[in-house]
Design a protein around this ligand. Sequence first.
Ligand code: F58
Length: 808
Amino acid sequence: MKMTKENFIHEFKKRLGERYALDVKDAAPIELYQTLVAVVKSGYSDIWRKTWKSYVKNDQKQVYYFSIEFLPGRLLKSNLLNMGWYDVVEAGLKDMGLDLDQISETEVDMALGNGGLGRLASCFMDSLASEGLPGNGNGIRYKYGLFKQKFVDGYQIELPNEWLTDGNNWSVARTSKAVDVLMGGQVHLHDNGKYYEVTYEGADLIKAVPYDTGIVGYHNDHVNTMRLWDAQIPASEEINYPTIEDRRRVEDLTSVLYPDDSNYEGRILRLKQEYFFTSAGIQSIIRHYKKYDRPLTEISDHIAIHINDTHPAMCVAEFMRILLDEEHLDWDVAWKQTVQTMSYTNHTIMAEALEKWPVDMLATVQPRILQIIEEIDRRYVEELTGKKDEDFIERTRIIKDGMVKMAHLAIIGSHSTNGVAKLHTELLENDVLHDFYELYPERFNNKTNGIAIRRWLQVANPTLSKTIDQTIGTKWRFDSKELHQLAKYDDDQALLEKIGAAKRFNKVRLAKVIKEQTGIEVSPDALFDVQIKRLHAYKRQLLNLLHIVKLYLDLKEDPNSQQVPRVFIFGAKAAPSYHYAKSIIKCINEVANLVNNDPTIEGKLKVVFLENYGVSLAEKIIPAADVSEQISTATKEASGTSNMKLMLNGALTVATLDGANIEIKDYVGDDNIFIFGLTKDEVLAYETNHQYRAADYYENDPVLHRILDAFVDGTIPNIEVEGHEIYDSLLRANDEYFVLRDFAGYVATQERVSQTYLDQAKWNKMCLLNIANAGYFSADDTVEKYATDIWQIKPNVEVQKGAIDDVY
Ligand code: F58
């Protein structure tokens, strides 16, 4: 995709005129933004078409990545970068008196995900396209993205995120490719001697309309598709939805991401969403497959379907439903194709997050799917009877005690189950899914997560990127493992200073954002200590907070006690119904108020909790971070990905031996990371022997005693309720996540961090070595491994590296 500055300016002005009848100087930011999107889209749309056609022409095996969440954030800059247009467009805009950064800020984040899982799906989309791999996304086009977070009196308030108000310019509605999804009602089977004829009675017919977004590969003339489905009322069915309430029932289906699951209505809506996008996706895949007269008995040679966490696990049953009911294949033939086609990734071992659905609920949502799951379960039990003991069968079957276990469905109905970091996979194999590992050892494998280095370094941190170019050239931009070349320069003082300067530049930039958003002044000379992730007890933002309170109390006692000024920066949303997490938010905000407004503390300690953490805010925080807090209780964080993004930007990690932290440590070496805390074995031992007594730590450690008292004795104001709640969770409920147990080790480690920071040369060297090793966590490499080991797909032969004519 070639573009010159002159052509760009011409094209931009022409489109602005056509679209809005405006000159550049009269156009509003949104008009400029939309015009720019139109120019960019026209730059890749022909390649998008050609990419798809070449898949068909070459009969390439394709993967469909089913995920109930995608979290792409903004697309403008990342598309410009991938198209190779970034510099030209930036310069062209400048010539017209415009600023790319400013225009880009107009774009509303596409926030159709909660956190790591959704963001991973989007990193994978970018990498699939950039590797020239035939990979499509399949998900839901929620009308409201993840809620907008506001703080009112320190409490989290959730506001609707109406991201579609100005339309979404990147997606294309493909009404002609809509499919019908049937839900509810009753199902009747009639055995005609050859197969079961299936009829539905009283079911809702819902029209699933796909919205496609082009996913542009990096400098390779390759554009994949992310397809998101919207629920609509079919024209033929208008009569069946006479009231506003009836219509709402359909529209609500794709209205909000992760509806509140604290009540029945919310839960059943979630289950309906799961079936809706699963069915729409599978139907459209099979319809497309059949267009080319290929036998369904070979479908697994041509397509792969990936089940991202259990939310799309009904893929297994829906695929079977179509092969059986509509294509009349025999069960065994259909089953073989299903297992060969499906693969599954697990993202958590937390028991409460492993999905289970009551049989009755499934019967209400789609009775035929329930029948098929019952039959899969029946056959599973039958096959194992006599081979495995009864306990084993009962533990592993899909339906037990009136509940459908979605992970079991995904494992039994697929040929691959993977974890997302070495430790996580090990825990799956040896503990959580051990029975299945025993049964199907060949199905288990690890795929450590990765990140889109392009977005998280090239787009988010142009200053550091340029420094890297000047040192090792630009090859790393195509293959991030090349970043390792930097390690050779670890004694190059001039480079280390430049790395320090790039960091400072980004800190100044973030300080401005902080000032604008919160009114708090922070000094870029202080150490920026960052914890950005969902708010969850196991992630232990509370441990971080206890340390902050300690520093505060130390300073109150002895104003000269602390040597390194720190700014603690938090970004985190709590699930709307997760009460405890919201109490922690309130406490962090109140500690922030206390510390930031205490004149005796001035300049030594600041606490900033930025509202509405999301992809775009992350792009500003991450390049400015000095310290990356990765402090989950060992065994609880499946992988983590902010750990990778932060090291890539030269932050040093304070970490427990959890998730991918272990692999980060293995790459950077013990000297370039700050490790503390219980190990996996120690946590597992406590969990089995129940010998942990949190109160011992409170009683025996006067420092900790004083800190915990501060939560209940008024030292921290305005947390009468929340302070007690937290205090009780630690002392009465015995501290489920071993916060008190790890506290002393954490404090000692933070002291080492401060000492190291005083030696800036040493610090910068450690940063350099972290950047140099972060290239091993590229999602490009991760998807390549999925492609070879799991999906058996190959890069597109035709459209790579400029094989297709330039559009301009
Ligand atoms: C995350 N899971 C893991 N779940 O916690 C994290 O360790 C891992 O790095 C990441 O997946 C990618 O593998 C996660 O983000 C969710 O957001 C759930 C989605 C469904 C609702 C509950 C939260």
